[in-house]
Design a protein around this ligand. Structure first.
Ligand code: FES
Ligand SMILES: [Fe+2]
Length: 445
């Protein structure tokens, strides 16, 4: 439970808000590289942290992100022309390069120096391993680019990003990833031998869903935890997930590195972006990557985009059609009858949370957190402390200046009863020792 003030502070990301300014300290993923297949290709609209921007790849292949409104008289640069290393506003022909510099102002006299006085708001971009990252902060010099494994491995060892738009505040969505216990419920099949549902995966089956015991470790880059479950043979299964400032999670779903971002478009929409990495190979093949590009095919895929970025990566199965809930499946096969295709059931759990009067921001003054919510509590506290500290002292978390602190892994381990789990797993959570991803997953059967 949070006070109303803290709830607002935690969730709101627009310019000038404490959390929005904290997030702006970081490089973060914006859109996949495949949206910009060619130099001088189509300009794309985007919306990030409540700001409308346009993104484009210039003649030399560099990515640019500019405020959508032209600095002259506010026309949308989306309608502009992408030509010769810059975009030209369609209204009066002013032209800006990827740095925001005005490089042509055809409406002014030749001897005018007005061109040197006007700049477009420009955000630096980096195109790395299938993903375009952006820095929307205030510093003239962006911080070091993060060396997460998805950014440092050879491109063929990192998957195409899969993306899902979520019609809810980013924190609501992310809290689902911080919650190991929901696996035993929303994602479970009813019986070990339940008939597979017609759509989506068959889910998890845990014969003894006693609540996992959570043990949280706060760190200088965020936090991680073990969700420990006792196995029938007496051993202990530790599923260890990471939270990395400002909105990344790493969850264990198999022998791959999973890196996620919950990127806020505004206070009520966020994109869940997931990339997988195979540090020790093999390379991802075309079939795998195609599946990431169109992961919701069996539940209708994505809706046709409108001019509004909030329609990008919006699935056909969504809250307007109950996410294709099948009550018959719910009766005798799956605990939740929503097709288990990526995070579709999770979205149903979090998108309909709301505030007083149906306001879409979830009202955390009304909730009742229990013992299995300790990681959710810890991450909220980490985020709130970081945003307040930045607001009050200007100091950002240590992983802004030193992103290497967040170069970590998630993992899943079967350990002897009573083992000192932190000591036992430390080596395997460090990507730099050549060891494979730890993925003992006894309940995925
Ligand atoms: S509004 Fe863009 S050049 Fe005039
Ligand atoms: Fe889930």
């Amino acid at each position: 439970m949070l006070s109303r003030e803290d709830n607002e502070l935690l969730c709101r990301v627009g310019p000038g808000t404490p959390m929005g300014e904290l997030i702006r300290e970081y490089w973060f993923p914006a859109l996949p590289s495949r949206e910009f297949p060619t130099a001088d290709g189509d300009i794309k609209r985007m919306r990030l942290l409540g700001e409308n921007i346009v993104m484009f790849r210039d003649s030399e292949g560099r990515m640019g992100a500019l405020a959508e409104a032209c600095p002259h008289r506010g026309a949308s640069m989306y309608f502009g022309r992408n030509e010769e290393c810059g975009i030209r506003c369609p209204y009066h022909g002013w032209k800006f390069d990827v740095t925001g510099k005005c490089v042509d102002m055809p409406t002014e006299p030749e001897d005018s120096n007005f061109i040197n006085k006007v700049r477009a708001t420009a955000y630096p971009c980096r195109d790395v391993n299938h993903m375009v990252w952006i820095y929307m902060g205030r510093k003239a010099e962006p911080p070091p680019f993060p060396d997460y494994e998805v950014n440092t491995l050879a491109p063929e060892l990192v998957s195409e990003p899969n993306i899902m738009m979520e019609e809810a505040n980013w924190v609501q969505n992310m809290e689902g990833d911080l919650d190991s216990v929901h696996l035993d419920w929303v994602h479970k099949r009813l019986h070990e031998d339940s008939e597979p549902p017609p759509l989506g995966s068959n889910g998890f089956y845990n014969p003894d869903p006693k609540p996992a015991k959570l043990d949280v470790v706060r760190t200088d880059y965020g936090a991680y935890y073990s969700g420990m479950r006792k196995m029938p043979d007496g051993r202990e299964w530790h599923r260890i997930n990471q939270f990395i400032f400002p909105f990344h999670t790493m969850i264990t779903v198999g022998p791959v590195v999973i890196f996620r971002a919950f990127v806020p478009l505004d206070d009520h929409h966020a994109m869940l972006i997931t990339q997988a990495a195979m540090p020790n190979g093999p390379a991802f093949d075309d079939e795998y990557n195609q599946l990431q590009i169109d992961p919701f095919k069996e539940v209708g895929g994505y809706i046709e985009r409108s001019h509004d970025p909030r329609s990008y990566y919006m699935t056909v199965a969504n809250k307007r059609n109950d996410y294709w809930l099948d009550r018959d499946v719910q009766k005798d096969r799956m605990y939740c009858g929503i097709p288990f295709v990526l995070n579709l059931p999770d979205r149903a759990m979090t998108e309909l949370m709301c505030g007083a009067d149906g306001e879409p921001l979830y009202d955390r003054t009304q909730e009742h957190l229990g013992t299995t919510d300790v990681f959710v509590i810890a991450v909220r506290r980490q985020l709130l402390n970081a945003a307040k500290q930045r607001r009050d002292t200007g100091e950002a978390p240590a992983n802004v200046a030193d992103p290497h602190l967040g170069r970590v892994r998630m993992g899943s381990f079967l350990l002897e009863a009573g083992a000192d789990w932190k000591a036992e797993v430390a080596e395997r959570l460090d990507p730099d020792n050549g060891l494979p991803v730890a993925a003992d997953l006894p309940l995925i059967i």
